[in-house]
Design a protein around this ligand. Structure first.
Ligand code: ATP
Length: 233
């Protein structure tokens, strides 16, 4: 398994429209994440996305250090991003090419040299996710569930050691949420999953409850979810 470490990390952001006061988005946090499946749960605006985004450098710490398998995310961003795949809530954020097959081919640019070889490899990836019939469609014509599956297929095709998923099932109906959730939890790699779906969190190996920019509970998902339910009243 991989190892994600946060050493006294603080994230502050400027308030719009001027100089200080800044807001503290994440209070000083130290974590050592080595479990396979780690859930980030907590209320809206608590800091889950911020925590998730620190892992691949989408958010930079104001102070402190984040490292992935010993690589400093701030200094070795490119290497870290090759190791850490990221799936967004809205897959449209990461589907950028005109057709489905071109999108997966773009993901494979570091893996497979040569345009034709890349297209063949992309078709094979699509087939392995049951998406082969959609290969030549525009990504805009896909359903939400198909789009999220495609986004995930594109990221997994790059064989990341860690997958960070920020509320990947929030926009999906029950059937697709279940399909994507099962897929994520069945992956062999390390998974960091920010989610409001407590059933998914309960199936992880460790859960962190984030509230008001701080990790307020950390441990076995059953206990952490109980804590969250009790604190939500
Ligand atoms: N760049 C920024 N500038 C100002 N405020 C920010 C910035 N980034 C995050 N915040 C604030 O920090 C808080 C935490 O945001 P974050 O997106 O991490 O929460 P979250 O737990 O993922 O929420 P949700 O469940 O609603 O997605 C929010 O109040 C948000 O508005």
């Amino acid at each position: 398994m991989s190892r994600i470490e946060l050493d006294r990390v603080v994230v502050r952001a400027a308030t719009p429209g001027g100089p200080a006061p800044e807001v503290t988005v994440l209070r000083e946090t130290t974590l050592d994440l080595t479990e396979q499946r780690i859930a980030l749960i907590g209320p809206n605006g608590s800091g889950k996305s911020t925590l998730a985004r620190l892992v691949n450098g989408l958010v930079e710490p104001t102070s402190g250090r984040v490292s992935v398998d010993g690589l400093d995310v701030a200094r070795k961003g490119r290497e870290v991003r090759r190791r850490v795949g990221f799936v967004f809530t809205d897959p449209s954020a990461q589907l950028v090419m005109p057709t489905v097959v071109e999108d997966v081919a773009l993901s494979l640019r570091h893996q497979v040299r040569g345009r034709e070889e890349r297209t063949l490899a992309a078709r094979a990836v699509l087939a392995s996710y049951g998406l082969d019939e959609l290969a030549d469609r525009s990504v805009h014509t896909l359903s939400g569930g198909q789009r999220q599956l495609l986004a995930l297929a594109g990221v997994l095709a790059t064989e990341p050691a860690i997958l960070v998923a920020d509320e990947p099932t929030t926009l999906l109906d029950l059937r697709n949420a279940r399909m994507i959730g099962d897929l994520l939890l069945g992956l062999p790699q390390q998974l960091v999953l920010a989610t409001h779906d407590l059933d998914l969190a309960l199936r992880c190996d460790r859960a962190l409850l984030v509230d008001d920019g701080a990790v307020v509970a950390d441990g076995a998902p059953g206990e952490v979810v109980d804590h969250y339910r009790a604190s939500a009243g």
